[in-house]
Ligand binder design. Structure first.
Ligand SMILES: [Zn+2]
Length: 376
């Protein structure tokens, strides 16, 4: 990685670009001291310890010549500690995380924070304005464009401005997503559990399901993690919605991560009751349609038993019906929402669970934890 050399200041040693040239990769950096006195968070100006700043930071330009600006909140605690990044809407139509960040940014007092919170409320502003996943017109995926370059396509420029100005300064990161349009996903974390710092972060977040694996190249999670900034993504529900129960769990997860990393010393780290780490490469199966038609989901809770009917696919004349059954007992972590399918379309994403875990999930189902039908 570029940036100032000599970053040998130990666990919490960080390097800050002191220049005003955000988006550039030339950095006449100053070294940040190891843990001790709290210090300002610098971007173009400084956010002093004890200060909360809401601002917009330019990451591009529209063809009308207007600036494209990401809304950011920095809460610099009165006490020293790690800098925690929270990002939402890297995919422009994934909104649950936007609400989580709004609440985080409004909810913490710098007097109680040991460290700094950096909330980038909406990363993909053009996608967000259009309520679509990718950057409009060229359909570029901001989450395949990190760390980006200052002289490249729109997505890479934008990613680079975000990365150089904010991500680089942080010690760990939480990136909030939802399922893509037309599908939904069970609340879960994605993390490379072979990386101990990432695993610590994922445990602390306290989701029931952790999908373990490396992230795709160019994603914020993979690039930041590889640069020594442990990062997890949180997948929560559906695009285009606020889902209050999931948002509540997300806020609890953030608080638990802050507790684990001593940003909120003395607060409890949550344990979610049951937990399943799934090897993304091995343990999950996408069930796919092998016939075209109209899909009707039949399961009521994310837990399905071997042989249970997950959905039916019928032709338009209702003369032919195919029942898709669970090939093993498992948790449905993602499912089709759009009810039409052609052969090969993914229907649901099933993760196997052992009997003990299934019994724990069954207890949650019985207690009404999953009141809303997961695919509705
Ligand atoms: Zn996403």
């Amino acid at each position: 990685m570029n940036g100032p050399d000599g970053d040998d200041t130990g666990v919490n040693g960080r390097v800050i670009d002191a220049g005003n040239d955000s988006g550039s990769d030339s950095g006449s950096g100053v070294e940040r001291s190891v843990r001790g006195e709290p210090e300002p968070f610098r971007y173009e100006v400084e956010v002093d310890p004890g200060e909360v700043r809401h601002f917009r930071h330019e990451v591009g330009e529209t063809y009308l010549g207007d600036p494209v600006e990401v809304p950011v909140t920095v809460i610099n605690g009165e006490h020293d500690g790690p800098t925690v990044l929270l990002t939402a809407a890297i995919h422009g139509d994934e909104l649950n995380g936007v609400k989580v960040l709004q609440e985080v940014a409004a909810g913490y007092d710098p007097a109680e924070i040991h460290g700094t919170l950096v909330c980038i409320h909406v990363c993909n502003v053009p996608g967000y304005l259009a309520q679509q996943r990718y950057l409009p017109i060229y359909d570029q995926d901001l989450n395949r464009s990190f760390p980006g370059k200052p002289r490249s396509n729109t997505a890479e420029r934008m990613a680079n401005a975000i990365y150089e100005t904010f991500v680089r300064q942080c010690d760990l990161a939480l990136d909030f997503h939802t399922s893509t349009r037309g599908r939904t996903t069970m609340y879960h974390v994605r993390a490379d559990m072979t990386n101990p710092a990432v695993a610590r972060l994922a445990w602390a977040f306290g989701s029931n399901v952790v999908l373990s694996g490396e992230a795709d190249g160019g994603s914020l999670r993979s690039v930041a993690t590889n640069a020594g900034i442990p990062t997890i993504t949180i997948e929560m529900g559906r695009a285009h919605r606020f889902q209050p129960e999931l948002i509540e769990r997300g806020l609890d997860g953030v608080e638990s991560v802050l507790a684990e990393h001593d940003v909120l010393p003395g607060k409890p780290v949550i344990y979610p009751g049951w937990r399943r780490v799934v090897d993304a490469a091995r343990d999950k199966t996408w069930l796919r349609a092998d016939t075209g038609g109209l899909v009707e989901m039949e399961y009521d809770a994310p837990l399905v038993r071997e042989g249970d009917s997950i959905c039916t696919i019928t032709d338009h004349f209702k003369t032919r019906e195919r029942t898709v059954r669970a090939p093993f007992t498992g948790v449905v972590v993602g499912a089709l929402q759009n009810p039409v399918a052609a052969p090969g379309h993914p229907l649901c994403h099933l993760v196997s669970v052992d009997e003990g875990t299934a019994a724990e999930i069954q207890r949650e189902v019985d207690s009404g934890e999953f009141s809303e039908r997961p695919w509705a």
